[in-house]
Write a new protein. Structure first.
Length: 534
C-alpha cells in the first residue's frame, strides 16, 4: 500500500470519527456512500467511533440505509407529494405549458389536448368535486401513441402511479395508501374479462360510493378501502361500456407521414417537476373556490357525460381567458364523436325493434318474426350475436327482460304463438331512446286511398281493406282484396255501376262473417237480385 493511499484511509476514518460525536445519521450516510472496498477498510474504526460493539450491527444499519435511499425519487413523491411552488401561479400560463408538452410529444384528436390538460390539473384538486371522470385513451390499432401520451400525462399528474397490469386488491390498496393518479397502460390485455377489477374501477367515479369492503387480519375484521382517485386507462379498441360511460374518451390515431413529434426526454418526470410543483400550488390556492363552483355545462343529451365534464369545465372557468370556451368546444366534439362511434347494446336493440314496428306498421309481432327482422338488419350485431351465430328468441328475451319487457301469447293467423305487442315497449322507448325517436303505433293499415263521396268513405279500386269494414253493393261489378284479421286475403266480386264500392253503415248486411274469430266466412248481400260472396 502506498503512503498516499494509507494516508487517505486514515484521514477518512478520522473524519468519520470526528463527525460521529456531532451527527450519527450523517456518519451513517457517509459510510453508505463509500464503495465496498472503502467501507470494508473503515467499518471497524467507524463502529468504535459510534460506540457500536459489534461491527456486524453497523453493517446491518448501513445496508438498510442504502436500501432506503435506493427508492426512486418518483416513489418518494408518490408517498409525500410534491412541494408546492414558492410563488402564486398564473393558471393560464400553467395550462399553456402543459398543453405545449402534449403538442410537442403527441398526436391528439380535436379537443384531446384541452381535455388532457384540464384533467392533469384536476388530478391535484379532484377532492373539490363530487365526480371526477376516468380518462380513457383508446386506439383502433397498436402504434397509435398511447404509451407516449400516458408518459407525457404521467409527468404532469399528481402522485403518478403507472402500471401495465394490476390486480383488484393491489388497485384499491394502492389508492387507500397514497391516493395517487393511477395510469394503467395495456388495459385491453386484462380489464375486459375481469369483472371484479372492472367493478373497482367503476366505483371510483363518484366520491360518495368510491370504496370497497374487505375482511382483513386473523380476526377477519371488516375494513373499508377507498377507490377515489384520478384514473387514466390506455387500451386498444374500446373499453367495456360501463367504463366508457364514466370516461372522457380520447381516440388516438396512428401518426401520418407528414406529422412529427419531439421524442420524450429520458427523465421526463424530472423535466416537468416544476410544472407539477406549480400545479400543486395552483390547486392549493384555488380548491376552496372550486368546491363552490357551479359551471354552466353544455347540453349533449347525456346526463353522465355532462357529469363527467363538470370538474373540467369548472377548472377551465377558473383559469379564465380562452379556456372556458375551449373546454366547452372540446366537450361537444368529444362527446359528439363518442355518441356516433358507439351505441350501448340495450338502447340499440330497443331502437331497432322500434324501427321494425314502425317499418312494418304493426302493433304486434311474433318472436320468430322479430328475430328474423333484426338479423336481416345490415351493420348490426344481431346476425353474429354470440360466437358468430345469429340472435335467437331466447337471447332476445334475455336482453329485453331487464326493461320489464316479456313476450306473451298472440294470434298469428289461425295459430297462437309467442310474441310481443307494441304497448310493452312504450315505457322503455320513452326512457332509453331520444324523445324525438319514440315510436307511436299507427292504426291498422288500410292500403289504398280513402275518399269522401257524399259523406261516405269510399275505398279506391283494387285496394285492401280490413274485414271489419263491411261492404254494400252498387250496380255494376268491381273486384277487391279484403284482408281478414288473421292477415289472409280473399277475393270479393261486387257488381256495381260505379267504379268504387261504398262501405255500408249497416254492418248487419254481412252478419254471417265472423269478424272477431279470424276465420273465413261467407257474406251474401242482396240488392236488385245480385249476390256478393266472400
Amino acid at each position: 500500500m502506498s503512503e498516499i493511499a494509507a494516508k487517505m484511509i486514515t484521514e477518512s476514518a478520522r473524519v468519520i470519527a470526528l463527525d460521529s460525536s456531532h451527527d450519527e445519521d450523517q456518519v451513517i450516510s457517509d459510510l453508505a456512500k463509500l464503495s465496498s472496498m472503502d467501507y470494508e477498510r473503515q467499518r471497524e474504526g467507524a463502529a468504535k467511533a459510534l460506540g457500536i460493539k459489534r461491527v456486524s450491527t453497523l453493517d446491518k444499519i448501513v445496508k438498510q440505509y442504502r436500501i432506503d435511499q435506493e427508492v426512486k425519487p418518483e416513489s418518494n413523491e408518490l408517498k409525500n407529494g410534491i412541494e408546492p411552488w414558492h410563488d402564486p401561479v398564473n393558471g393560464q400560463m400553467l395550462a399553456s405549458s402543459i398543453i405545449k408538452a402534449f403538442h410537442d410529444h403527441t398526436i391528439l384528436p380535436e379537443g384531446g389536448d384541452i381535455a388532457l390538460t384540464l384533467w392533469a390539473i384536476g388530478s391535484y384538486c379532484f377532492n373539490a368535486f363530487r365526480i371526477y371522470p376516468k380518462l380513457c385513451l383508446s386506439s383502433p390499432e397498436k402504434r397509435c401513441g398511447k404509451t407516449t401520451t400516458m408518459e407525457t400525462l404521467g409527468a404532469m399528474t399528481h402522485r403518478t402511479l403507472m402500471a401495465s397490469n394490476v390486480s383488484p386488491s393491489t388497485l384499491f390498496r394502492s389508492i387507500e395508501c397514497w391516493q395517487p393518479s393511477i395510469l394503467i397502460d395495456e388495459g385491453d390485455t386484462f380489464i375486459d374479462g375481469n369483472e371484479e377489477l372492472r367493478g373497482i374501477i367503476n366505483s371510483g367515479h363518484t366520491r360518495s360510493g368510491a370504496s370497497v369492503l374487505r375482511c382483513v387480519g386473523d380476526d377477519h375484521e371488516p375494513k373499508q378501502f377507498s377507490t377515489w382517485a384520478p384514473m387514466a386507462i390506455a387500451m386498444i379498441k374500446t373499453p367495456p361500456d360501463t367504463i366508457k360511460d364514466r370516461s372522457v374518451m380520447i381516440t388516438l390515431r396512428r401518426k401520418m407521414v407528414g406529422e412529427s413529434v419531439t421524442r420524450l426526454p429520458i427523465e421526463i418526470a424530472g423535466a416537468f417537476k416544476g410544472v407539477r410543483s406549480q400545479c400543486q400550488r395552483w390547486a392549493q390556492d384555488n380548491i376552496d373556490t372550486l368546491k363552490l363552483a357551479v359551471p354552466e355545462i353544455p347540453t349533449v343529451g347525456n346526463d353522465r357525460a355532462e357529469d363527467n365534464w363538470w370538474a373540467l369545465i369548472a377548472i377551465s372557468d377558473l383559469l379564465g381567458g380562452d379556456w372556458p370556451q375551449l373546454a366547452r368546444n372540446a366537450m361537444r366534439t368529444i362527446e359528439g364523436s363518442k355518441a356516433e362511434d358507439d351505441e350501448a347494446i340495450g338502447p340499440m336493440i330497443l331502437s331497432d325493434i322500434r324501427g321494425v314496428f314502425s317499418e312494418k306498421r304493426v302493433n304486434k309481432i311474433t318472436s320468430s318474426d322479430l328475430v328474423d327482422e333484426l338479423i336481416d338488419l345490415e351493420e348490426r350485431p344481431w346476425s353474429e350475436w354470440k360466437h358468430g351465430k345469429p340472435m335467437t328468441k331466447v337471447s332476445l328475451a334475455k336482453m329485453l327482460k331487464p326493461y320489464g319487457i316479456n313476450s306473451k301469447k298472440i294470434r298469428d293467423g289461425y295459430d297462437t304463438k309467442q310474441g310481443y305487442i307494441i304497448e310493452v315497449f312504450q315505457d322503455a322507448f320513452s326512457r332509453y331512446l331520444a324523445s324525438d325517436e319514440v315510436f307511436t303505433p299507427s292504426p291498422p293499415e288500410i292500403a289504398g286511398t280513402m275518399e269522401q263521396t257524399q259523406g261516405n268513405p269510399v275505398i279506391a279500386e283494387g285496394s285492401s281493406v280490413p274485414l271489419q269494414n263491411s261492404i254494400t253493393e252498387q250496380n255494376g261489378t268491381t273486384e277487391h282484396n279484403v284482408p281478414f284479421q288473421n292477415g289472409t286475403q280473399n277475393k270479393t266480386e261486387h257488381k256495381t255501376e260505379h267504379s268504387n264500392p261504398v262501405i255500408p253503415r249497416d254492418s248487419e248486411k254481412c252478419s254471417s262473417v265472423p269478424f272477431q274469430s279470424g276465420n273465413k266466412g261467407e257474406c251474401t248481400v242482396s240488392q236488385d237480385r245480385e249476390n256478393f260472396d266472400l
